[in-house]
Design a protein around this ligand. Structure first.
Ligand code: NOJ
Ligand code: CA
Length: 676
């Protein structure tokens, strides 16, 4: 009694003591600690051990006092959520959202400035965001958020560089964490205990993208991509930042099985989205990338009425929903890379009769898929949005692929004063531009597939017509990239880029030898079976069969898998894998259209190393028999000289059985488990 009285007396006479608040995930394995010692800080523990040490929170502004030291925790509120929600389409139909929340208010005793930070702890990671409600506009010059990796000298990392000319289209590097200087997110690393962590962000709206700058060994600081005038983010004073996210898992596969990013996005704001349709498509596309056709007019013009009709017929005959046609509109002639202002999005080339094509599509039962390449001239594009989407809607087009080919920092806009400004693809200006484009398209019941996009942060939950995007090196690099994508590329993407959301990789190249085989030509460094596996491994609600129809007709045996595989899933499970080495995915089809909802699919890919993977089929419904239709590398297959050797076979399996799949060097396996 005496002792506690003494303590109370002490507390009253001392300046306010530093406070630390704790928030645990529902299963108790993840803990967040928030403190106001010196300045606002947080730390993260996993299974009782620090994984992110004491890390700063805050902002610097150019028109207000900074949010740094001197702020105390003045209030906090807690909440618990245990719910689930349904996706209109996705890698899983039902998403569980179980988390604990802590809303912390930081106030400055003298200036009375106040900032809130909302923290959420899930079993698969944590997220936090700043919530600001100031009365005057605030320009952020720096966000001070840190991620201080514990025992950083013993961690491995997988990453691509930030602020590069080639946007997100770099080969993933595997290095010691110390060698990751300025990196994009998702940024994946593994600590000395084998804990896998990916830092990213969720719900990037009206804010700049966050890259990570390793300013001190092990400590990454949020580095926001600035406007052309140097300011990072312009606000009216009332804003929420995107969520800063840490997916945390004891094994690599746990990162893929996490739904943290989706859970931190707002629910669907578009209402009835039954007009948004997942599906498969072919296109007048690869021919341009391998130089057989041109986007521009002339004797090699790909987008002709006759050619498009052929593709529509091929699509309809083989169960594809649509045909992407690039190079259909005025603007492609000449140096299209640098002449984005010349693009018209309503005027077709003379040899592209869009009305006749639309009519023919309706007759055979396949749709035209639209294409808007801007070459980064976004003001020229924006002023044509309504006209362009209106035309496409009249032509029965329900999906448009957009393109923003321009070097990083070179998106051209015309500002309020009529002056040219050059912006980054991932600064606040473009974050807004991409989203406005998606919202405008929604008014015309059109879905968007963005190339050269802003990175995905889970906005498909809020705007389900944002179907997919590129945002990494896709298949096109195998046609002309220096170097082409190496065999480990897919096993890298799965644990990095794919954590952000669906990717329009454009799988399914059957002819690897358009430049010859071997390892020093441009070609997919892949076996045929691996090309099939990509449809299951790389999630996207829209998947292209990217090769020329003639190459599919030559291999009807392997093509059967592409015809069968759905693109919308009831459930997905990452079964096995290591970052950059291999990955094994199982997915159950979602009941819709021709899909009964009973079949499962498996996809497995490896890097340059051959391996046999053992798959326990304990996810299958017990008591049922399935026909496993297996497409795996032949015993002598390897990607360099024998990519086509594929072993296609059928066998009966049941829950609890084991399949051993052979993956050749640069190979893979695809399996349909057809419910009998
Ligand atoms: C880059 C895109 O990724 C590719 O798919 C497209 O063909 C070209 N831009 C032209 O728009
Ligand atoms: Ca691209």
């Amino acid at each position: 009694m005496r002792y506690s009285l003494l303590l109370m007396a002490l507390a009253a006479s001392l300046p306010l003591q530093a406070k630390t608040l704790s928030l645990k995930s529902p299963n108790g394995e993840i803990e967040l600690r928030v403190s106001d010692e010196d300045a606002p800080h947080y730390a993260v523990l996993f299974q009782g051990k620090l994984v992110i040490g004491s890390s700063r929170l805050g902002f610097d502004f150019n028109n207000a006092a900074n949010f740094r030291g001197g702020f105390d925790i003045s209030d906090s509120q807690r909440a618990t959520v245990d719910s689930s929600w349904e996706q209109p389409w996705g890698e899983a139909r039902i998403i569980e959202d179980k988390h604990n929340e802590l809303l912390v208010s930081f106030s400055h005793p003298e200036s009375k400035q106040a900032y809130k930070v909302r923290f959420r702890a899930f079993d698969d990671g944590v997220g936090f965001r700043y919530e600001v409600d100031a009365d005057t506009p605030l320009n952020i010059t720096r966000e001070l958020t840190e991620f201080a990796v514990e025992d950083a000298d013993k961690a491995d990392a997988w990453w691509i560089p930030g602020r590069g000319w080639n946007r997100y289209e770099y080969l993933y590097q595997h290095s010691k964490l110390a060698d990751a200087a300025l990196v994009q997110t998702p940024f994946t690393f593994k600590n000395k205990d084998g804990v896998h962590i990916a830092i990213h962000e969720a719900a990037l709206v009206d804010y700049a993208a966050m890259t990570l700058n390793q300013r001190r060994p092990g400590t990454f600081v949020a580095e926001l991509t600035p406007w052309s005038d140097g300011v990072a983010v312009k606000t009216n004073g009332k804003f929420n930042t995107p969520w800063r996210t840490l997916q945390i898992a004891p094994k690599a596969t746990g990162l893929i099985n996490s739904h943290l990013i989706l859970n931190l996005n707002e629910p669907n704001q578009l209402g009835d989205v039954s007009w948004v349709q997942p599906g498969k498509y072919v296109g007048i596309w690869w021919g341009m990338h391998i130089n057989q056709n041109t986007w521009g007019s002339g004797s090699k013009h790909g987008a002709t009425t006759a050619e498009t009709k052929k593709y529509l017929r091929f699509a309809a005959d083989n169960g594809f929903d649509g045909v992407l046609v690039e190079g259909w509109n005025i603007g492609w002639d000449g140096d299209w890379f640098h002449n984005g202002d010349l693009f018209s999005f309503t005027e077709p080339f003379a040899d592209f009769d869009i009305q006749a094509i639309a009519d023919y599509g309706r007759e055979v039962g396949a749709r035209l898929i639209g294409h808007h390449e801007t070459s980064g001239s976004v003001s020229n594009y924006r002023k044509q949005w309504d006209g362009a989407f209106d035309l496409y809607q009249k032509m029965g087009v329900s999906q448009v692929k957009t393109g923003y080919v321009a070097d990083g920092g070179n998106i051209k806009r015309i500002d309020e004063n009529g002056l040219e400004r050059f912006e980054w693809h991932d600064g606040q200006f473009m974050v807004g531009e991409y989203l406005d484009n998606v919202k405008t398209a929604a008014k015309y019941q059109i879905s968007i597939n963005t190339h050269e996009p802003i990175k995905d942060t889970g906005l498909r939950r809020t705007y389900p017509n944002w179907l997919a995007r590129e945002g990494a090196r896709g298949q096109e690099y195998n046609a002309w990239g220096t170097p082409p994508n190496p065999p480990e590329h897919i096993a890298m993407l799965s644990f990095t880029r794919m954590l952000a959301g669906p990717m329009d990789f454009t799988p399914g190249i059957f002819d690897m030898s358009f430049n010859g085989l071997g390892d020093n030509t441009n070609r997919p460094q892949s076996t045929l079976a691996k090309q099939l596996a990509l449809y299951v491994v790389l999630y996207s609600p829209i998947q292209m069969a990217a090769d020329l129809p003639e190459n599919y007709l030559k291999r009807p045996d392997a093509f059967q898998f592409i015809k069968d595989v759905p693109t919308d899933w009831e459930q997905s499970i990452a079964l096995d894998g290591e970052v950059g080495d291999f990955v094994v995915m199982a997915r159950k089809e979602r009941k819709a259209r021709q899909y009964s909802g009973n079949d499962w699919y498996l996809g497995a890919v490896t890097d340059e190393q051959a391996r046999d993977v053992t798959v326990k089929l304990d996810f299958l419904e017990p008591g049922k028999t399935f026909e496993a239709q297996i497409y795996q590398d032949g015993k002598d297959a390897e990607w360099k000289w024998r990519p086509y050797e594929i072993d296609i076979k059928k066998q009966k399996v049941r829950s609890g059985d084991t399949l051993i799949l052979h993956l050749a060097e640069g190979g893979g396996a695809a399996v349909r488990l057809k419910a009998l």
